[in-house]
Design a protein around this ligand. Structure first.
Ligand code: PLP
Length: 365
């Protein structure tokens, strides 16, 4: 088939191999999943029911319904101290990230990607012909302005900032955020600040990069916080000039985020989700305490992942071993230029986590 050349650089074999193996398992212990294990709050489900019968079956404005944009703006202003120039509702944060890459990066331009990274940045960068510059954050996964500066030198078009980070769970320190914002200004880079895990921070409050940098494009969403990843509702907030270009692109691609579901999430940002956060903090503590004697791992400050070093040195080999014991993990090579670690998601019921810890301890005993 005459597939376009640009697809040659896009490889999904790492994650697919793990899932192909996993599909053969009977009742596996599955810690590969990057989505919450809880159901959405009943208020949201009720609103979705109402919205279904409410006649919202047509396209919405490309940039999203006015009420929702205004709620996002209010949330960012009141809870994050960030008053964005413009907001667009996107098809999940992932949809927004796609539009941002298309709108911002010319072929050959440098994109700083802290490594380990959420897998889509690398591939979208390749798709638009950008030149990824990986910023090594091993072994502690702390993203600092110094590490960034060393990697990018004097030039970069886009700087990816994912805080808290998937797959490491690392949360960037406040003083570093300021230093990173200053560095971005110095090198003339836009910061793409992916904040989809802003709700999941366990020890320190989350800060938006929007508060520190006027050029930050903040990506956020409803998927993780409210347990609705399949609804595909996210947003981008930041400089008007960038968002206007993203609106143009959305018009010619996604058209709009799902109409009924834009209505269904109205009011969601005011819901009290703290019970869920407390549950996830306990899960984080249980998994970290259960594994830290046996694995080299840093304690995640946010998100719902642990990224331990793989015994034996190869994440892929270790994940194959774990799968033999009915435990599904993701090799670190999916999220990194290295294959030395593995990712486990603790977004799973406690009894599943307890069984997983047992298997993981036996694997190194
Ligand atoms: C870091 C990061 N950004 C963005 C996304 C995509 O989120 P959404 O469901 O809002 O598209 C994910 C999902 O796993 C993620 O981990």
């Amino acid at each position: 088939m005459p597939i376009a050349h640009r697809m040659r650089g896009i490889d999904s074999s790492g994650i697919r191999k793990a899932f192909d193996l996993a599909r053969q398992l009977d009742h596996p212990i599955d810690l590969s999943i990057g989505q919450p294990d809880f159901d959405p709050p009943p208020e949201i489900i009720e609103r979705a029911r109402e919205a279904l019968g409410g006649g919202f079956n047509r396209y919405t404005l490309t940039q999203g319904i006015e009420e929702l944009r205004s709620e996002v703006r209010q949330y960012l202003r009141e809870k994050k101290g960030f008053d964005p120039e413009e907001v667009i509702i996107t098809s999940g944060a992932a949809g927004g990230i796609m539009l941002a890459f298309l709108a911002l990066v010319n072929p050959g331009e440098r994109v700083a990607i802290p490594d380990p990274y959420f897998v889509i940045y690398k591939h979208l960068c390749t798709l638009v012909g950008g030149a990824p510059v990986y910023v090594d954050t091993y072994p502690d996964f702390a993203l600092t302005a110094e590490r960034l500066e060393k990697a990018i030198g004097k030039k970069s078009k886009l700087l990816i900032f994912n805080n808290p980070c998937n797959p490491t769970g690392a949360l960037v320190r406040r003083d570093e955020m300021k230093a990173i914002a200053e560095l971005a200004e110095k090198v003339g880079a836009v910061i793409l600040s992916d904040e989809v895990y802003d709700f999941f921070t366990y020890d320190n409050a989350h800060e938006s990069m929007g508060k520190h940098s006027d050029s930050a494009l903040v990506l956020g969403g409803y998927s993780k916080t409210f347990g609705i990843p399949g609804w595909r509702i996210g947003y981008a907030a930041g400089p008007k000039k960038i968002i206007e270009e993203m609106v143009k692109l959305q018009q010619y691609s996604y058209v709009c985020a799902p109409s009924v579901l834009q209505h269904a999430v109205l009011g969601a940002l005011d819901l009290d989700m703290h019970n869920k956060l407390d549950d996830y903090r306990k899960k984080r503590d249980m998994v970290y305490e259960g594994l830290r004697g046996s694995y080299a791992c840093t304690k995640p400050g946010g998100a719902f992942y642990l990224f331990p070093g793989a015994p034996g040195g190869s994440g892929e080999a270790f994940v194959r071993k774990a799968i033999e014991k009915n435990l599904i993990l993701v090799p670190g090579s999916v999220f990194s230029e290295r294959d030395s670690h593995f990712r486990l998601s603790f977004a799973a019921p406690d009894e599943v986590l307890i069984r997983a810890i047992e298997v993981l301890r036996k694997l190194v005993a």
